[in-house]
Design a protein around this ligand. Sequence first.
Ligand code: ADP
Length: 316
Amino acid sequence: LGPTVCVGEILVEIVATTVGDGFLEAQPLVGPFASGAPAIFISQCGRLGGKAAMVGAVGDDDFGRVNTDRLKRDGVDVSTISIDPDYPTGSAFVRYRKDGSRDFVYNIATSAAARFGWSQPVGDLIHRSGHLHVMGSALSVPSAREVIDKAVDIVKARGGTLSVDPNIRKELKLDENTKRRFSKLVAAADLLLPSGEELERAAGVEGEADAIRRLFEVGVKEIVLKRGAEGATYFGRDGDRIDAPAFVVQEVDPTGAGDCFGGAYLTCRRLGMSPQQALTYASAAGARNVTVLGPMEGAGTQQELDAFIASTERRP
Ligand code: ADP
């Protein structure tokens, strides 16, 4: 029915190579790496050979070209990534602490990523797309919100499907309007891809089983819960449940696991695979990506994921 389209922020990430507290002291950094959760998702879709297109904006600078060149190489249609003449490409600096947590410095609010809007080429793409993927976090960016509202209605009206990653950080205080939009988006999702406690937040109900039940009641068709190194679980409307154990890997950089997982799961399902088969590829995509520094540097082609699956043990 047409390509998978992802709408949202595109940025570069610059990552510390040492572990320590915050950014108050000089330290070696590597990057820029192509990044932005929606960009990671669509990169993984493209790498797996699914038809994929990205809607967003970069500045007229090398950080922007790092992203568009990368996505193009992955097979993603980048013609609807606009180039903002006035604002730079967004950036994020990341440093890891000993306890596994991360410190971020973001330059996104005043970047091209926060300013893109609807245009003729975006409209044309949405009118021929078969699937839309949306991140909950985009709802707090006014320009992205406008594009998403319109795109969801158009894609659904022409029989396309919607996947939602409700990645709204719990620290983020949502106003009533954003909460309403979020609930509406979740209810329209054919596929919901929450990780950890986002499941209960998306459902507005405590307890895993009750949250799942509520989400199916409001209209969600399929749910895949991501549990980091603990694996993932598929829930179907008919009561089906499939637990997918995680692959055993040495984690180097956790950024992007969930987006690679989601991009792989969705693409495999759109290519006609069963939930079980899609879960295997998705688990491999998430696990492989954490073994490499950089948010999407470990995203894999089908051949790379097949090799990874054949050579990597899974947790019992
Ligand atoms: P998110 O980035 O959205 O929080 P997760 O961290 O849960 O998502 O990662 C998504 C999936 O990637 C997991 O369900 C798992 O299959 C895989 N994964 C993530 N981290 C690891 C890890 N350290 N070891 C093995 N697999 C992992």
